[in-house]
Ligand binder design. Structure first.
Ligand code: NAP
Length: 413
């Protein structure tokens, strides 16, 4: 197709393709963007300038991004009367890699959340959230720099595929009766929730997390679960994770148990250690033994809580990046909402979207651009040139507008 939502595909760019499971990225890839609602407009404008400046600095004229706007949220509703037009989804599928600002969840629109809808229709099964500290960012803990983890959260199952039956309804009564016949007594005035976790869903997530850890030489890989209480969902997540590590990466991984029982407490060189932690313990561990963790793989709900808790530990959601990745498409996004009260005021922190761009450049194999942005961002924070949200928590900081913060990063790129 040469147009989506009536917008012509840029003629000066080429398509990213997937061949034999690998991304093939041309020098001028077409990358769709969804600007986002509310403050999305402010942060997208600022972020795009930073991305283009970093690419130009890293590669001169030999590479550039051909940005292509696709529509979702309020802008799509105004133009097409739909919150998530099919063409927007098709464009992301066609061009393989995309980036988005935050979207308002329409109230009473029949859609639970546009973000969740996008993840589901594109089967973006891994929600990836790197959490690291940038020196100078105010944090609630003494040694925020000790935490440097990447969380792989399963994005399609568990509570995201949860089925609920409202208390007092005929369906709830039938489910209670059915479970009663299987020997499970449930109070008749209960609401019921069912959450599925499959071997397939778990193993494709854990596979992606292990590959990431091996490619980057980062470990251990920790399976986070609540298997002591829910054995056939949470406990099975752990078991299927270990099984996959053994079956597909047996010569490159070793379990924590094997390290202590067979190798005298020291992992053989080059082997990725696989361990597991119960979710509640993990929340303590990231605070008390932060440096001992690197890559975490979690079912949906544990990962939801843990991602935000870890982000808070290093200075907050305003600068926490994220990506939703599947086998055929990847969508990079700001992790915060639309913060509507600040919309079009040019004050909000664009850090989350800018650092999501860093992930995007790593994903497409342009690490030089990623490093320039990351370092430029770190330098700007260290110079105490920040937006209002950080300025109000830092001593002697200079308060910048969104656009000025982007200028400062570009200066530092
Ligand atoms: P929110 O938009 O994240 O904003 C809540 C507060 O967090 C803001 O008032 C602001 O706090 C702070 N904040 C958020 N982003 C910031 C940034 N970039 N820089 C500085 N401060 C930032 O949460 P919400 O008000 O609950 O949600 C608003 C809408 O966004 C809803 O429609 C919701 O459904 C949607 N949403 C979308 C996504 C997504 O697209 N991924 C995610 C979450 C929510 P202060 O006022 O204290 O400065």
């Amino acid at each position: 197709m040469d147009s989506f939502n009536g917008m012509k595909v840029p003629s000066n760019g080429q398509r990213i393709r997937i061949e034999e499971g690998q991304l093939r990225v041309p020098p001028h890839p077409i990358i769709p963007f969804i600007e986002g609602d509310g403050t999305g407009r402010d942060i997208w404008k600022a972020s795009r300038r930073v991305f283009d400046a970093a690419v130009a600095k890293a590669y001169g004229d030999s590479r550039s991004i051909s940005w292509f706007e696709v529509f979702a949220g309020e802008k799509a509703h105004e133009r097409f009367g739909e919150w998530l037009p099919k063409d927007s989804v098709d464009a992301i599928r066609e061009f393989v890699v995309a980036i988005k600002g935050p979207l308002t969840t329409p109230i009473g629109g029949g859609i639970r959340s546009l973000n969740v809808a996008l993840r589901q229709v594109l089967d973006l099964y891994a929600c990836v959230r790197p959490v690291r500290y940038f020196p100078g960012v105010p944090s609630p803990v003494k040694n925020p720099e000790r935490l440097n983890v990447v969380i792989f959260r399963e994005n399609t199952e568990d509570v995201y595929a949860g089925i609920e039956f409202q208390q007092g309804t005929e369906k709830a009564r039938k489910v209670i009766e059915f479970l009663g016949a299987l020997g499970h007594q449930i109070r008749p005035d209960s609401g019921i929730g069912i959450k599925p976790i499959s071997a397939f869903g778990t193993q494709r997530l854990v596979r992606r997390a292990i590959r990431y850890a091996l490619e980057r030489g980062r470990g251990p890989l920790t399976l986070v679960h609540k298997g002591n209480i829910m054995k056939f969902t949470e406990g099975a997540f752990r078991d299927w994770g270990y099984e996959l590590a053994h079956q597909e990466f047996g010569d490159r991984t070793v379990t924590e148990q094997e390290v202590s029982e067979k190798f005298g407490g020291k992992a053989p060189p080059g082997r990725l250690i696989i361990n597991d932690r119960i979710a509640d313990s993990m929340f303590q561990q990231v605070l008390t033994r932060s440096a001992e963790y690197a890559v975490l793989a979690t079912p949906n709900l544990n990962g939801d809580y843990l991602s935000d808790a870890c982000a808070a530990q290093v200075g907050g959601l305003g600068i926490a990046p994220g990506a939703n990745i599947g086998d055929t498409a990847a969508l990079f996004e700001a992790t915060h909402g639309t913060a509507p009260k600040y919309a079009d005021k040019d004050v909000i922190n664009p850090g989350s979207l800018i650092l999501s761009g860093v992930m995007l450049f790593e994903h497409i194999g342009w690490p030089e651009a990623a490093t320039l942005i990351n370092d430029g961002f770190a330098r700007t924070i260290a110079q105490k040139r920040v937006t209002y949200d950080l300025e109000r928590l830092m001593d002697g900081a200079q308060k910048l507008r969104t656009s000025e913060f982007a200028d400062a990063i570009i200066e530092n790129v």
